[in-house]
Design a protein around this ligand. Structure first.
Ligand code: URA
Ligand code: SF4
Length: 250
């Protein structure tokens, strides 16, 4: 049996509850009447949409909270009339500092794979589903550890991606990794099951998903890294062949 609560303890508890209530009652009316709506990037879009105005406007986007801990917005860049648009997940540590997409280790692998598939980085437009670096501090040391963006952040950043697709109008879109694939093709899309296949989509005539170059860098050993890179190149070749076929038909 617990001893009954001493009277003054019970009063202190009641007091606390009352104070909490008063704090919420004290809040400005708009917070009580209108719960804060989850925002997105829409209010930050420029009036006139070109790649340059988009890049410029995205610098001051506060459509979700990711801008708070990032160095800068890392917008898409590349050919403004690309045959292929490549979509990654979000900028990494190196990209956050440099302000350009895919300039770190994953970017190097991507460049090698594009070259092996007969494409040039100058022919493509490269972007990410999310434009700010999402990270958490390492338990020890100063390293910033990549943190997968939340679904709400991917959704908030979506107006930028939609605008990039609308303005560059790529013939082929390649989603690299599950984040980009699910952002564009729906939450049920499985990269493992459907990689390297063109899937019907309203976003471009040809849309496919493949793995993310970072996943290749995480391979357990050299042998599996080599094999995974070959499969990635094979997927890129399918896209390159499709472009060539269209050119011949035109
Ligand atoms: N990974 C990504 O998804 N995007 C980048 O820009 C770099 C690494
Ligand atoms: Fe805006 Fe996207 Fe950055 Fe969020 S991640 S602040 S929506 S640019």
């Amino acid at each position: 049996m617990h001893p009954p609560k001493v009277c003054c303890e019970a009063i202190a508890e009641e007091d606390k509850a009352l104070k909490a209530h008063l704090i919420s009652a004290d809040m400005p009316a708009q917070h009580i009447l209108r719960p804060k709506k989850q925002g997105d990037a829409t209010p930050f879009l420029p009036k006139k949409i070109t790649i340059t105005t988009l890049q410029e406007a995205a610098r001051s986007c506060k459509g979700c909270d990711l801008w708070k801990n990032a160095t800068q917005t890392v917008f898409g860049e590349g050919n403004s009339r690309p045959s292929i648009m490549l979509i990654g997940e979000q900028p990494g540590d190196k990209e956050d500092i440099a302000g350009h997409p895919f300039v770190g280790p994953a970017g190097r692998l991507l460049d090698e794979a594009l070259e092996a598939a007969g494409m040039d980085r100058g022919d493509v437009y490269v972007t990410n589903a999310v434009k700010h670096f999402s990270w958490t501090p390492a338990e020890r040391g100063k390293r910033r550890i990549h943190k997968k963006p939340r679904y709400s952040e991917i959704k908030a950043c979506r107006p930028w991606l939609d605008a990039e697709i609308a303005v560059t109008h790529p013939e082929v879109i390649i989603c690299m990794g599950a984040t980009a694939a699910q952002a564009l093709l729906g939450k049920e899309f499985s990269v493992t099951r459907d990689r390297g296949k063109f899937v019907p989509s309203p976003w471009a005539t040809y849309v496919m998903a493949t793995v993310h170059p970072s996943s290749i860098l995480r391979a357990q050993d050299e042998e599996s890294r080599r094999a995974q890179k070959e499969s990635f190149i094979a997927d890129l070749r399918i896209a390159a062949a499709q472009i060539k076929k269209q050119r011949r038909a035109a």
